[in-house]
Design a protein around this ligand. Structure first.
Ligand SMILES: C[S@@+](CC[C@H](N)C(=O)[O-])C[C@H]1O[C@@H](n2cnc3c(N)ncnc32)[C@H](O)[C@@H]1O
Length: 223
């Protein structure tokens, strides 16, 4: 059974949220952008790892975290559940997703009333204020080589990545989710001024009998 929870024609194409029941009775929420499957929550370990792996590399308390974008809310929920996090700014291109989160339609994110959480509609690149965050977590495309929106290309250019790392305070971490290992992104991040400890974690995930290799690319801003 597949039920449409919401559908909105936005400036970046149509966005739709679906809920379906699998053969074994599990409920799955699915996001479709411009008629193309964007993600579902059958397996969200890597979306959650984007938060846990980045935050595990940061010392300190009262952490401020930028998340772009919201998607189904798994990364954001994991950030909120991490001890020491004081402030979470989530920037999401699709207004509709923020509305659905507030309505409680995103099963991964039940704590939209959390006073530490701010949900803002827009382009995450506009939130790259210098030295503003302890962690910047980016999951806005299927990866630097598989863009959901062509307008995101600038984000992965050396200049775009430098702005993203510049938004990280010294000692903090920039982390990027990718649907494939991303060696070019790793090299670009490692080459940025002030970048240290660039690394890629390749995370195998099994879906419907197939193994996919998703990746997280992380870099620290020198202290
Ligand atoms: C794959 S989803 C994110 C999944 C999320 N990590 C989770 O745990 O559910 C990608 C999201 O990024 C949003 N997005 C795409 N480009 C963006 C941008 N430039 N700024 C902010 N959000 C963007 C999309 O609308 C989509 O909701």
């Amino acid at each position: 059974m597949r039920e449409e929870l919401g559908r909105v024609a936005g400036p970046h194409g149509e966005v739709a949220l679906w809920r379906r029941t699998t053969e074994d009775g599990a409920t799955v929420t699915e996001l479709v952008v411009d008629g193309v499957f964007a993600m579902d929550d059958v397996e969200t370990s890597t979306e959650r790892a984007l938060a846990t792996e980045a935050l595990a590399r940061i010392d300190g308390a009262e952490l401020a975290v930028l998340v772009g974008g919201l998607g189904l809310g798994w990364t954001t929920a994991t950030v909120l559940a991490t001890p020491g996090v004081a402030e979470v700014l989530v920037v999401e291109l699709e207004d509709a997703l923020i509305g659905w989160a507030v309505e409680g339609l995103l099963p991964g994110l039940r704590r939209v009333g959390d006073p530490r959480l701010e949900l803002v509609a827009g382009d995450v690149a506009a939130a790259f204020s210098p030295d503003r965050f302890d962690a910047v977590l980016l999951d806005v495309d299927n990866g630097p080589d598989f863009l959901v929106h062509a307008s995101n290309a600038g984000l992965y250019s050396p200049a775009g990545l430098a702005r993203a790392l510049g938004a990280v305070r010294p000692g903090g971490v920039l982390a990027v989710w990718s649907a494939d290992p991303a060696p070019t992104l790793l090299h670009r991040l490692a080459a940025l001024p002030g970048a240290v400890d660039a690394e890629q974690l390749v995370l195998p995930v099994e879906r419907e009998g197939r193994v996919f290799e998703y990746a997280l690319v992380l870099v620290r801003r020198s202290a």
